[in-house]
Structures are given as C-alpha cells and as structure tokens.
Ligand binder design. Sequence first.
Ligand code: BTN
Length: 275
Amino acid sequence: MNSSDIARSALFAHVEWHDEIDSTNDRALQYARQPDLATPCLIGAERQTAGRGRGNNRWWSGPGALTYSLILDPPENFRRAHLPAVDQSLWPRLSLVAALAWCEVLDQLVPAAQPRLKWPNDVYLSGRKVAGILAEVPPQPAGVPRRLVLGIGINLNNSLASAPPEIRSNATALCDIVGGPVDRQELLLNWMVRFHDNACALADRPNDLAEGWRAYCLLAGELVTLQAGERSIAGRCLGIDDEGALLIDTPEGTERCFGGVLVRRQSLPITGQSS
Ligand code: BTN
C-alpha cells in the first residue's frame, strides 16, 4: 500500500509500513517499551507471517488485507498528539471504540451489507466477520508509561476466494462485497478520524459509547452462550451496558460479562477467523 498520505497526515506521530513482518502487534509490543516513542504510532504490514488473533488463534490474511497496530499512550501523549486524555480505566473500551469506528466507516460505504458488531470488537458484514481486534497492554520497564496496543486486521482487498475453506465459510472481504478493489489508504484515514472523534467522545462522556455500539449489535435479542474460562453463561443477549459489559438475560437474572468467547446458540460459533 502507498502509505504516503498516512505518513503525511497529522493523525499519527510515527508511521512505518512493512512489506513483510511476523506480526505488527509483536513489533508494536517491542516498540511500546521504548521510553521516547512518539505516539500515536502506526505499524502496518502488507503481509504477516505470524499474525495473531485473540486467545491462541492465528490471524490469516491474504494479499490486499489491511493489517496494522496502533500504539497509544497515556494522557500526556494523547494531548500532544491531539487525542483526548482517556483515563486508563476506560482503556478496555477503546477497543470497542475502534470496532465501532470501522463499523461506521463501512456503514457509510456499504449500508446494504449491514455492518454489525459482535461483542466485544469483531466487525461483521453480511453476517460474516470482516475485521477483528487484538488489544494488548504490555508490561513496561520501570519509568516507561503504560501503553495500549490495538492490533486490527480487516479484510479489504484480500478476496476470500483464495482463503482456506474454514475461513471462507465464516468470513468476508469488502472487495468481494463491492465487487472490486477499495482504497485502503483512504479507508484507514477515515477510520482514524472516526476513531479519534469517538475516543474524544469517550473521554468526555464515557457512557455514550454504548448507545452508538448498541445500534450495531449483531446478537441483540438472540440466544447466546458465553464461554468465560470454565464458566458457560447461556441466555438472551441484551447488548452492552454503559460500561461496555455484555448483558445476558439468564433464568437467574441478568449477567454482566467482561470477557469470554460469545457464540450464537444452536449454531456453530459465529467467528470469521478467530474470536
Ligand atoms: C481476532 O479477531 O482474533 C483479532 C485479530 C487481530 C489481527 C490483527 S492483524 C494486525 C495485528 N497483528 C497481529 O498479529 N494481530 C493483529
């Protein structure tokens, strides 16, 4: 991808784009340990040889996919880079913000494909996974501020015609939906603007995020099971609450869930790749 407009934009303090890398998140985790790193720092790659998904999953992406990691910093750096001072207690919600931003970008472009969010941060088009997010907060050496790494993989120009069958059956790519290539650089910039705006809103009015997110909830009203470690929570999905927790209506009452793998009941797990 020609990343020149991205590098020139005032949205990132540092940008690097690799032809090939093991994993942009692994690189980002290394960089995040540098005391003087300029943030927001964007690391992208045309090809990952060891892309990681959530849990122990791998992330497959063919040529034309958009795979990148954004390193974000605590308040001082947010302000320096014209991002809001998002309190650390709100960091887990930034991955929901990032997913919502992609959903909004796609909604502008392909509303008929019904962009949706599967909690916590998977993005779906036409009922299939198009993007996933891996959020990590690495342990830091003494004196280095805590940083957040948001790793995002989105199937843009990587037609799934060449994907392994198990991925093809659950995932989709934007180019297959619009019937041709899309401008990845422009979409990434659009996403960053949305992400910035939504992160500002999160800093100002933390509880408003849920309202935007709920409008896109893939499983609202459906019977679901959340596997959280050894625990299985089954019931009807009620969307998310103001703090971003998944709400499941069970015979014992409403459960607030902060982690786990969500599946639609009476069907296979609705994961595009990993989830
Ligand atoms: C998931 O849905 O399981 C999350 C997938 C995250 C994949 C992205 S691709 C860019 C970044 N680098 C990685 O190794 N993983 C994330």
